[in-house]
Structures are given as structure tokens and as C-alpha cells.
Design a protein around this ligand. Structure first.
Ligand code: BES
Ligand code: MN
Ligand code: ZN
Length: 475
């Protein structure tokens, strides 16, 4: 994507986007254009758009909603309509006018973010290759705006979001290969190491190996590290659930529950995307992402209910539901981080529980955290990026439900408070390290894309993590 900054409106443009706040609308501001008739029917509601033709040129009226109620998120959403309209007309270059308002810096960033996030597509449709190619924007001219640095920053961050969306939207059977390829070429300043099956066996990653038993594809633990602040001992470790397909295993999911399960590696895609983007931005932070990758299949080698497996940490786990596999692969990765990476904090992201979706829906992720400062920082980051996050109470008594007769823990307990309990299970493997768990089962992969999320995979969490890393890394 190219950006141009133009002090005045150019004489000719492919499509000009003119924003209006909701309420009485005056055409006088744009006297060079004949808009008065069109404005009679235009209310300015958020996301409303009306395409006009003026000679050989297109003008898009864009509604922003009420000025008094304007927020950064409202502007992201409003301008997403402009990109969808341009794309439907196969237009590659749009010129954008900005609304008059006070918090213009913040709002301008929201607008650009909304435009870029929307400029994404993913399809396996046959005709998209030949007869009906998808057209995305290639150039945006910002009219009446001085060149600013944050355009570059936003381009880099949204690229990270698109990187995650691509991985999540792709076929389950392609994911491991895609991950390994992406991890190896993440960034020149990122060091990548991959533990393959042999190394996982030698390292006694008993839970990752248990989940992987039934799969014809080997498990991997991908580690990518970016040291942007070598003098500091701070080391933020991100861990992402990387179940490339979740059938439920012997506790097999019904069809309806399985159709979306290629999304079950969204956590690992997100942490990888975050490290890639942190490196590209040259942030002054030390950050590592760990992605335990495996399928959860069903077959004669499947790990079995009632059997006990020894985790990397040494704790033993009795399996009473093979569909509670995410916490198993995460437990080994978290314990490994504690043991080997000297983390100052651990943040895991995972499409972990349907219970979280029941509690919070598709728009909001759930937070379970053993540290007040870390929780506060993550909630602050979420406020900044409008990736909604809600903290659950860490009610340690619920851990009692994981008691087993023959092992240290069972891997699942009753249905109630499932999202909290899954978090408490993970907490057992984080030791004394400040740790946060973000359950992204709802927002990572949504049934109905909306606003600037143009596909089911949203890339939720990349912007939040970057905001957190920027705010909490070295000065
Ligand atoms: N991957 C699922 C959770 C999930 C559900 C993600 C819906 C996205 C959308 C996870 O592995 C799972 O199956 N969880 C079980 C846990 C239960 C067996 C304790 C669940 O939520 O039912
Ligand atoms: Mn599962
Ligand atoms: Zn799962």
C-alpha cells in the first residue's frame, strides 16, 4: 500500500471520500462539487455511504455518526465502509478527506487503521483467480494532511494482523508447513529455533506428545526471539496455542463444533505475528514467542481417557477429556518457558474454551491473570486498540475440581466456569512468574465478519500485544 499526502484536493481522482457527521448537513464546504441534491437524503449515520457520479469521477459520501459521540473505534468502522465500496467497484486508488474534529491525531490514526484493516481478502473461490479477481486498494491519498510517521507504523502493524489472518484462514492441512516457513523467515533480527519430535521426546514434553499421538504430522515447538533491548534483563514470553486442527480426539466433537476448528492455532499465529511486528518496528523490548504446534486427531494411536501422562514440568495429568487438549500443549510450553527462558512475564493466547464464548460472545476475549500489574497493563492496551478484553476472577478454589485419584491433576472438570478453570489449570505451570492467559476463542475467528474484519479470521490480539510491548518495553 502506498500513501500520498496532498495539501489540496486534486483535480481528478478515482474516488473521493467525503465524511459527514450525523445531523444537519451543509453542502457549502465542498462548493466545487455539486452535492446538494444527494445530501438531501443523507443522514450521516455511522457507516452510511452513498456513491455519486460527477462526470467521470466518483464521490463517496461517508457517514461518521454523531460528532459528540465520536470515538476512534467509530471512525475505524465508518472508514471501513469506504474500502468495501471501493473494492466492490474494483477501484485501486482512493482520495480521502478528513472530518473536522478536536482529537485529530488520534482520530486520524483510527481512520488509517480502519482503512488498512479492511483492505484484506482471503478466498479459495475459483472465479477469484480468473473471471472475478478481488481488487484491493493500492494507494490512498490523504487530502489536507501533513506527512506523519505513524502511517509507517500502522502499515507495519496491520501487515502483522494480515499475516495472522492468512495463517488462520488457511487450510488446516497446510498450516504446519506455513508456520515453519514463516517462522524461519520472520525477520533478520529474529532468532528461530524449532524443536522437532525427536527433540520434544528427548526434552520430555509429555503433554504435547500425548496430544500429537494420533496425528500423521509431527509436533513442533517453534521458538522465535527478538532482543531489541540487549542490556535489559526484561524478557516477555508469549505463548500461543497451536492446535492446527481440533477434532476433539476420542472425545470427538460433533460436526457443528468441529467446522471452525482450523482456527485453533490462532493463538500461536498471533504471538508469531507480534514478534515479527515488534522486530519490524525495532521496538526496544526483548520478546520471545513459543508456538507448540500439533493436530488433535482421532485414530488408533489417540491418547486415551483415563491414562496418565507426565508433563514437561514433572506434574502428571490424568486425561478425562481429550478435547481439553489446548491446556495440555500450553502447559508444556509454559513450563518450558519458566525452566529455560528466564521470563519476566508470560502471556499466553489461546482459543481455549467454548465456555469463554458462552460467557463473553464473539467480540470479547477473556483474561485470567495471577498478577495485578500485568492485568492492568493488558487491560490498558486493550482500551487503546479496542480489542475488547474482560478479566475473570482468579478464584483458586475452583482448582479443586481438577483433583485426580492417581495423578497430580485431571485435564478437565465440570462445565461451570469453564473459562476460569482452564486458566487455573494453566496457572499451575507458570510457577511464580507473572502470567496472563487471554482466551481468544470468541474474537479470533468469528462466524459473521463485520466492520474492518472482512474474513472470519480477525487477527485479534496482534494490535493489543504490540500496544503492550510498546508501553512496557524499555524506554
Ligand atoms: N478449541 C476448543 C475451544 C473452542 C471452542 C475454540 C469454540 C473456539 C471456538 C478447545 O480445545 C475445546 O475443545 N475446549 C473444550 C474444553 C472442555 C472439554 C473442558 C470446550 O470448550 O468444550
Ligand atoms: Mn479441544
Ligand atoms: Zn482446541
Amino acid at each position: 500500500m502506498k500513501f500520498a499526502f496532498s495539501p489540496n484536493l486534486e483535480k481528478s481522482f478515482e474516488m473521493l471520500v467525503i465524511p459527514f457527521w450525523e445531523g444537519p448537513i451543509a453542502a457549502a464546504e465542498y462548493s466545487s462539487l455539486e452535492l446538494s441534491a444527494a445530501l438531501k437524503d443523507f443522514t450521516g449515520k455511522n457507516g452510511e455511504s452513498s456513491l455519486l457520479y460527477q462526470g467521470s469521477q466518483r464521490v463517496l459520501l461517508l457517514g461518521l455518526g454523531k460528532k459528540e459521540k465520536a470515538t476512534v473505534e467509530a471512525l475505524r468502522r465508518a472508514y471501513s465502509s469506504a474500502v468495501r465500496c471501493a473494492s466492490s467497484k474494483k477501484i485501486k486508488h482512493i482520495s480521502i478527506l478528513f472530518p473536522t474534529c478536536k482529537q485529530s491525531g488520534e482520530f486520524l490514526q483510527g481512520i488509517i487503521e480502519g482503512l488498512l484493516l479492511t483492505n484484506y481478502s482471503f478466498t479459495y473461490k475459483h472465479d477469484s483467480l480468473k473471471t472475478n479477481p478481488i481488487v484491493l486498494l493500492e494507494k490512498i491519498t490523504l487530502v489536507g494532511v501533513q506527512k506523519t510517521d505513524y502511517v509507517e507504523r500502522l502499515l507495519t502493524i496491520v501487515d502483522g494482523v494480515h499475516f495472522v489472518r492468512d495463517l488462520v484462514n488457511s487450510n488446516a492441512d497446510d498450516k504446519i508447513e506455513m508456520f515453519l516457513k514463516a517462522a524461519k523467515n520472520l525477520h533478520p533480527k529474529v532468532k528461530t529455533t524449532v524443536l522437532d519430535k525427536k527433540k520434544l521426546e528427548a526434552g520430555k514434553f509429555g503433554l504435547i506428545l500425548a496430544v500429537n499421538r494420533s496425528s500423521s504430522l509431527d509436533p513442533h515447538l517453534v521458538q522465535v526471539s527478538y532482543k531489541g533491548d540487549p542490556k535489559s534483563k526484561e524478557h516477555i514470553v508469549l505463548v500461543g496455542k497451536g492446535v492446527t486442527y481440533d477434532t476433539g480426539g476420542l472425545s470427538l466433537k460433533p460436526t457443528d463444533g468441529m467446522v471452525s476448528m482450523k482456527c485453533d492455532m490462532a493463538g500461536s499465529a498471533t504471538v508469531l505475528g507480534a514478534v515479527k511486528t515488534a522486530a519490524e518496528l525495532g521496538l526496544k523490548v526483548n520478546v520471545t514467542a513459543l508456538a507448540p504446534l500439533t493436530e488433535n486427531c482421532i485414530g488408533s494411536k489417540s491418547y486415551k481417557l483415563g491414562d496418565v501422562y507426565r508433563s514437561y514440568s514433572g506434574k502428571t495429568v490424568e486425561i478425562n477429556n481429550t478435547d481439553a487438549e489446548g491446556r495440555l500443549v500450553l502447559a508444556d510450553a509454559i513450563a518450558y518457558a519458566v525452566d529455560k527462558l528466564d521470563p519476566s512475564c508470560i502471556i499466553d493466547l489461546a482459543t481455549l474454551t467454548g465456555a469463554c464464548v458462552v460467557a463473553l460472545g464473539d467480540d470479547i476475549a477473556g483474561l485470567v491473570c495471577n498478577d495485578e500489574i500485568l492485568a492492568e497493563s493488558l487491560l490498558e492496551a486493550s482500551e487503546c486498540t479496542d480489542e475488547l478484553l474482560c478479566r475473570f476472577p482468579t478464584h483458586n478454589e475452583y482448582l479443586d475440581d481438577f483433583k485426580s485419584d492417581i495423578a497430580d491433576l485431571k485435564n478437565s472438570s465440570g462445565r461451570e466456569a469453564g473459562a476460569i478453570k482452564a486458566g487455573l489449570f494453566l496457572q499451575e505451570f507458570a510457577g511464580q512468574v507473572p502470567w496472563a492467559h487471554i482466551d481468544i476463542a470468541g474474537p479470533a475467528y468469528v462466524p459473521k465478519p463485520k466492520f474492518y474484519n472482512t474474513t472470519k479470521a480477525t487477527g485479534y490480539g496482534v494490535r493489543l500485544l504490540l500496544e503492550y510491548l510498546e508501553a512496557n518495553g524499555g524506554a
